[in-house]
Design a protein around this ligand. Structure first.
Ligand code: AMP
Length: 249
């Protein structure tokens, strides 16, 4: 069984991003970029499924600028077998990514697509769900445990107030939550090996996909600055301030 694992190149989670002075977006010049953390978890899960003998081949896919190759090389170093870069300089919104992935499902016929539940840059949480709808596949989102057997995936999902276990017939789309696994460290020998693994380069038009944005960003602004805190001498003053100033009790 083939596994398709989409990986997005995003601003590293340690970076504090700044809004551009004209409010048109984020200032990304010279900012460190990394693989979306939820996608690292997806690649790790795919590698574990291959190690268990459930999967035979892992294909990592990234859509975006030429530098997404670095993200794909990281996926290959974690353990993916080959990679596909769908290269474009255009702004890619979740629907466009989902259409590209749908075209790749048609071409590669994977048994399972494992992707992150959300990208930490746009926080959309849309691609997995849109992909399942476009490809007419069952979906299990926010997975904290995945077991594959007899043409089905049993997925434990993190929902409000607990865990829910669902069974989906393969092929299916699964999105990863934080507690699914802890991704392994990428070792130097594996980084070297990854350089020799195949990386195919295609354009959205080669897959027959129109990536024209459907949404327009009107304005991006910083969250309001937090005021400085104050020290109170005793509990009585604290209670008084909470009651009469903050009016929260
Ligand atoms: P989103 O719906 O934008 O929050 O993204 C959810 C997931 O879709 C991510 O965790 C990735 O696995 C995948 N994804 C989103 N954008 C891309 C992209 N440009 N290239 C590859 N995968 C992507």
């Amino acid at each position: 069984m083939k596994l398709l694992v989409p990986v997005k190149r995003v601003v590293d989670y340690n970076v504090k991003v700044r809004v551009k002075s004209d409010g048109s977006g984020m200032d990304l010049a010279g900012v460190k970029m990394s693989m979306n953390p939820f996608d690292e978890i997806a690649v790790e899960e795919a590698v574990r499924l291959k190690e268990k003998g459930v999967a035979t081949e892992i294909i990592a896919v990234s859509c975006g600028v030429a530098q997404c190759q670095e993200t794909l090389r990281t996926a290959l170093a974690i353990g993916a077998d080959r990679a596909i870069l769908v290269e474009t300089d255009a702004e890619l919104q979740p629907l466009a990514v989902a259409k590209i992935l749908k075209a790749l499902i048609d071409k590669e016929q994977p048994g399972l697509v494992i992707l992150g539940k959300q990208a930490i840059d746009d926080d959309c949480n849309q691609v997995g769900q849109m992909l399942a709808a476009l490809a007419d596949l069952p979906q299990a989102t926010f997975a904290s445990k995945v077991e594959v057997a007899d043409g089905k995936a049993q997925v434990t999902r993190e929902v409000d107030g607990g865990l829910e276990t669902v069974s989906v017939t393969l092929p299916a789309v699964v999105t990863t939550d934080l507690r699914l696994n802890e991704p392994r460290y990428v070792t130097l020998p594996n980084i070297m090996k990854a350089k020799k693994k195949p990386l195919e380069n295609v354009k959205p038009a080669d897959l027959g996909v129109d990536v024209t944005p459907r949404l327009k960003t009107l304005k991006v602004s910083e969250p309001p600055k937090r005021g400085a805190g104050v020290k109170v001498p005793d509990v009585a003053t604290l209670v008084d301030k909470l009651k009469n100033e903050a009016k929260v009790i």
